[in-house]
Design a binder for this molecule. Sequence first.
Ligand code: UDP
Length: 322
Amino acid sequence: MNVLITGGAGYIGSHTCKELARNGYLPVSYDNLVYGHDWAVKWGPLEKGDIADTARLVQIIKKYEIRAVMHFAAFAYVGESVSRPDIYYQNNLSGSLSLLNAMKETGVRQIVFSSTCATYGNPLELPIRENHPQNPINPYGFTKFVVERMIRDFGSAFGIRSVCLRYFNAAGADLDCQIGESHDPETHLIPLALAAAFDKRQALPVYGSDYPTRDGTCIRDYIHVTDLASAHVLALKALENDRFLSRAYNLGNGKGVSVQEIIASVEKITRCKVPCVYGERRDGDAAVLVADSSQSRMELGWNPVVTDIDAIIESAARWTKR
Ligand code: UDP
């Protein structure tokens, strides 16, 4: 079965392609290569194109007889979305609408969508369950929230069946070191902490040390990218085997780790000091985001494997060194 992967040359998209291929699917990557890398597409063809180009999407869907879509392509920097909401609304909303229209036109009726815990906003209760109110506090989270709704509405109106996967913090790299995280510019905590450990000229900015948390820094739930990838395959299988219209699942480990604890783990694994500069809070950041993922475990049969934060960081360190 052929699956269209928008953003297949990106970080989570490429790891999911590997997992799909391992399960007998052919992942067809569709990526404009603005943030993605052609070297990351190893398990199926790469078609260069923009998701805003509905006609080209229709052509690719027909060419490969695509049966399902996994939609990763999006701008995904929380901080940038606050300073450049224009490009976030343009790319994430118009692009997703274009993709859904292409699906409608070609009769593709299954989609797995890359959503985020940023759709919840500041948590009212921890850990966060799927029925927690969605009140995003930054434009990135808001665009993902609206796309979830779009997908649901296309479901009711046109029969497009969906699973929205709300990731917490994706981290780490392929355990065989074939692919890994490579953003330009890099803004994420773990790769920047590793870069600071390996190259002392690049001090790590710590965004806020006055949060109401155990050590004053933000707490996140880090989930290994290969475990995210396996959840996508399980979601696709659920779409194939069950007859539900739309579902949403959290994907996290349920363990909160602070920025300070990430730094300590990076120092332990690399045996290098991480030079830090403590600064202001970053706009759009919630103090604590931790998942309750019991529903994805129960209903999808998801069972994350690389759950220890040191093991997650070790895989990222191996990739960075390479
Ligand atoms: N963070 C930080 N310094 C950095 C990058 C991130 O202190 O250079 C913090 C950020 O404020 C957040 C956490 O690390 O609390 C994780 O941020 P990241 O950008 O990795 O992921 P996000 O939570 O935005 O998806």
